[in-house]
Design a protein around this ligand. Sequence first.
Ligand code: ADP
Ligand code: ADP
Ligand code: MG
Length: 452
Amino acid sequence: MFQKILIANRGEIAVRVIRACRELGIRTVAVYSEADENALHVAMADEAYCIGPAPAPRSYLHIPSLIEAASKAGVDAIHPGYGFLSENAHFAAVCKTWGIEFIGPPPEAIETMGLKSLAREAMQRAGVPVVPGSEGTVEDEDEALRIAREIGYPVLVKAAAGGGGRGIRVARDEQELVQALASARREAESTFGNGAVYLEKFLEEPRHIEIQVIADKHGHTLHLGERECSVQRRRQKLIEEAPSPVMTPELRQRMAEAAVRAAEAVDYVGAGTVEFLVDRDGNFYFIEMNTRIQVEHPVTELITGIDLVKEQIRVAAGEPLSFTQEDVTFRGWAMECRINAEDPNNRFLPSPGTITAWEPPGGPGVRVDAGFRAGTAVVPFYDSLVAKLIVWGRDREETMARMQRALAEFRIEGIRTTIPLYQEILKRDDFRQGRFHTRWLEEEVLAGHQSP
Ligand code: ADP
Ligand code: ADP
Ligand code: MG
């Protein structure tokens, strides 16, 4: 087993990894930018190194600074968390050349899944259903117009290297497609440094349901069931739950088999998520695989009792998975609200600032994964996620009541947060009955009450 791990990340996920390491008896090394000197992950780690100025390209994304800190500290492995360098095949390869284990899949698997156009081809070969669309990337307007005519409007133009809901545009006719192509390309180029785009049929009112997988280096690839992630704003998840209110044992079985096939097709190792869209008739379509731990992994942990981050570390160290597929059973219901430092009553404007009061909820079935505490500051340079509130209950009813109780207990002062939005969602009939899709929040909840 590893003796010492460097966490190439910040915020709640850095704290989450430190906790897993501590339980495994592994020493932890934090890295931080000049803006994060007083951050919680720095205080919690055994050692910490400043790796540069606030902008991420000069710190959390700056590979030479990370490798320098790793060498100085003498670590065996690097955990990339999510975001930043977690899906960067080059970084995974650089770690290898320095004799440092990258806690994630092999660079080749990251590369195939990282370009969604490539991933779609690999999945089709593996017999995993994908959303109808272009074979690979689309090169020009003529090709895009021809393919759109074949699959029928509306279509989506999507960045091949995309993530975080960026670089995606809807087109309902030919004129819109020409515009969508140009603007998706532009956003893809500026956000991901890669302007390649592909086309997908735009599915109306689908649900986003994903399957958690994990694989060791001994040829075992297992699944841990699904997560329902359809409550989204701008294609970013806000509430996740497990199981999905629309899941049946038969559909779960078919989706899980497809997800395991997807992982095996790229010789996957570690924790990963295969994302699908599901239509009203229970047809499911692969959209992408995230080759890292996901933000919403705790809901799976709560219903399976399996610590995904510890398993991730164990398999990276070469140990076999500590459980079999038969050992994976689901108990009760779990739900997560992503608490962001944003003002839901003012166009979700970011709300940085120093947290003056921080009183997280507690009691039965409540878990708070946070990157902050009283006195620490939410800085404007990074993601706005400040905490994840995750609750468990015997069934969905109890879970929702607990979530409402916990949201009411959570006191955060000094910044605005999305807590009031979650309180509103949890009162909605549609939500309570499990009737929603990926555009439900924007169309049914946000459309009316948003100030200009
Ligand atoms: P999850 O699928 O785990 O819910 P998100 O899409 O919310 O992931 O992304 C988690 C974090 O990683 C967010 O901070 C998001 O902005 C960032 N992220 C995801 N994919 C990319 C990418 N390809 N490039 C840059 N950042 C990304
Ligand atoms: P990202 O890498 O940015 O997470 P995804 O391909 O996973 O991009 O899609 C993000 C979200 O965009 C999905 O959860 C869904 O809400 C929406 N979406 C993506 N593809 C489609 C599609 N073909 N039809 C309808 N909605 C889609
Ligand atoms: Mg996605």
